[in-house]
Design a protein around this ligand. Structure first.
Ligand SMILES: [Cu+2]
Length: 161
């Protein structure tokens, strides 16, 4: 029994010596990588949560009363208010965009500051939403594939204050 145990210990020791143990430097480097990756995930986590908290698109409506409205009707056909590539006007300031008309259409802005703003698809809510407009031109369009290209888009001109 003792002999067997001794043989086992001797063989195990021989096996252990064959194992390529990582050097101290390798262990330190691997530890640093784990720490850096963990820190990165910790930093990334909250920013991902923020994106989801704002409804995915990240668009936040301006607070406060609207100074005017921008009423848009979907259709007939692939148009806004029956006009392909039409034009609208709106006052500067907080404007409530109102959407109605044919079913199966959306309304969004091409400007990056309104990324995530989306009305419809009609008749599903939201069919109105607020945007803060400055003097200049904005482009609205229906996001359903093919609709904007067919003319379901328009320029919104905002007069100077
Ligand atoms: Cu459409």
């Amino acid at each position: 029994m003792i002999t067997r145990t001794r043989t086992y210990v001797t063989e195990s020791w021989a096996e252990l010596k064959k194992v390529a143990w990582p050097t101290r430097r390798t262990v330190v480097n691997l530890t640093l990588i784990v720490i850096v990756v963990s820190a990165g995930l910790l930093t990334l986590g909250p920013s991902l949560d923020e994106g989801e908290g704002e409804g995915g698109g990240g668009y936040v409506e301006p607070t406060g009363p609207a100074v005017g409205t921008l009423a848009v009707v979907a259709g007939p056909g692939l148009t806004f208010d029956g006009v392909e590539n039409g034009t609208f006007t709106a006052p500067a300031g907080i404007v409530e965009v109102q959407y109605s008309g044919d079913n199966g259409h959306t309304l969004a802005f091409r400007e990056p500051e309104f990324a995530g703003f989306l009305l419809g698809p009609t008749p599903n809510p939201p069919l109105k939403g607020k945007v803060e407009l400055k003097a200049g031109e904005y482009d609205i369009y229906c996001t359903i594939p093919g609709h904007a290209a067919a003319g379901m888009q328009a320029t919104v001109t905002v007069a100077g204050a």
